[in-house]
Design a binder for this molecule. Structure first.
Ligand code: CAA
Length: 379
């Protein structure tokens, strides 16, 4: 067992750190305030190869490992979790899903522009009545021979209005329950497909979250992913990797808040000395540093297992469950350490606290992660 990162991984980590400081930090408060999508920044992330990090070079990807991907997610999320969720969804849900299960023609047509960042993708599983209970899909895909007819509504879709390509999960054979579900590639602009208003959110306000409506949307059979009925397994397999990405996002949010709290505590004085020298604050910092290090080990291990070609279902869920709790706990303490300053936007920690909450909800709530973990350990 060794804990060192390779030269290449260190370089990628530094590149992401520099990008976050130079490109994401300026304007992050304003984007959050006005719910402004980081359009320019996402374009540059694509140019850096961060939108198709694990995709093979022959499909315009960067061919990096999963550990490099989590290093990038961690660094970006320290500064701007609204930008990092775009990176996470595009890499682990959309590109991974297409590269692993798409046909050659689908990869040529869709994966190449997605991996190079020419366009971004969205993953559409959640519905008004199907969030955690993902097998209860109400969106239907009626088999019409050469094509399917999609009808239904999807909710809380990341990259909802900015995506060019949507991976949509829908029910084809209701009587077969989860075995009758399919996944489809739907292009933006397909007749009958409309994007609802933007959600006004607590956190990750710069990201673009919408409901989507499908009204007799014709999708060619060649745009179905995998065999008939593969859609639910497709969603589950894809989300397994997605959960590592969100765990890394949570880790980054926690680490970003901790770094700010540490610097503030060393400079802010009360009762004649820096507040970091009061045991009340020093012990908070000690707890925060320890929790973050433990979360980091879980996240890196899950990515490492993926890189080794080993099962990472359990490790990914443990990493997400723990790192998202750490993100919540650490950001609350970071606000507390900042006192009154922590409650105002200029000091960043209140935004990180608001951003942290979603990591306990999307890509499987903490309760769902406990279901996955308990089923795995009781197997
Ligand atoms: N890999 C492969 N197959 C899997 C699997 C996995 N990880 N997990 C389950 N399956 C298969 C099972 O083997 C079973 O298939 P068979 O009948 O052929 O054996 C089938 O799927 C159904 O499994 P379960 O009986 O376990 O299903 P369940 O109804 O109990 O639910 C669940 C399982 C884990 C709770 C699942 O519903 C789930 O993960 N729910 C949460 C959904 C979620 O994460 N949503 C996030 C939305 S996406 C998002 O947030 C993206 C974004 O924009 C940021």
């Amino acid at each position: 067992m060794h804990f060192e990162l390779s030269e290449e991984q260190l370089m990628i980590q530094q590149a992401a750190r520099d990008f976050a400081q130079n490109e994401l930090k300026p304007g992050v408060i304003e984007r959050d305030e006005h719910q402004k999508f980081p359009t320019e920044q996402v374009k540059k992330l694509g140019e850096l190869g961060f939108l198709g990090m694990m995709v093979d070079g022959k499909y315009n990807g960067s061919g990096m490992d999963a550990l490099s991907y989590v290093l990038v997610m961690e660094e970006l999320s320290k500064i701007d979790a609204s930008a990092s969720v775009v990176v996470s969804v595009n890499n682990s849900l959309v590109c991974y899903g297409l590269e692993s299960y798409g046909t050659e023609a689908q990869k040529e047509k869709y994966l190449k522009p997605l991996a190079s960042g020419q366009m971004i993708g969205a993953f559409c599983l959640s519905e008004p009545e199907a969030g955690s209970d993902a097998t209860s899909q109400q969106t239907t895909a009626e088999d019409k021979g050469d094509y399917y007819l999609l009808n239904g509504t999807k909710n809380w879709i990341t990259n909802g209005s900015t995506a060019g390509v949507y991976l949509v999960i829908a029910q084809t054979h209701k009587e077969l329950k989860h075995k009758g579900i399919n996944a489809f590639i739907v292009e933006k602009g397909t007749p009958g497909f409309t994007v609802g208003p933007k959600e006004n959110k607590l956190g990750i306000r710069g990201s673009d979250t919408h409901s989507l409506m499908f009204n007799d949307v014709k999708v060619l059979k060649e745009n179905r992913i995998g065999e008939d009925g593969f859609g639910f397994k497709f969603a589950m397999k894809t989300l397994e990797g997605g959960r590592i990405g969100i765990a890394a996002q949570a880790l980054g949010i926690a680490a970003g808040a901790y770094e700010l709290a540490l610097a503030y505590a060393q400079q802010r004085k009360s009762f004649g000395k820096p507040i970091a020298e009061h045991q009340a604050i020093a012990f908070k910092l000690a707890d925060m540093a320890t929790q973050i290090e433990a979360a980091r080990m879980l996240v890196y291990k899950a990515a490492w297992l993926k890189d080794q070609g080993q099962s990472y279902t359990l490790a990914g869920s443990m990493a997400k469950l723990y790192a998202s709790k750490v993100a919540m706990d650490v950001t609350v303490e970071a606000v507390q350490i900042h006192g009154g300053y922590g409650f105002v936007k200029e000091y960043h920690v209140e935004r990180l606290m608001r951003d942290a909450k979603i990591t306990q909800i999307y890509e499987g709530t903490s309760e769902i992660q406990k279901m996955v973990i308990s089923r795995n350990i009781l197997d």
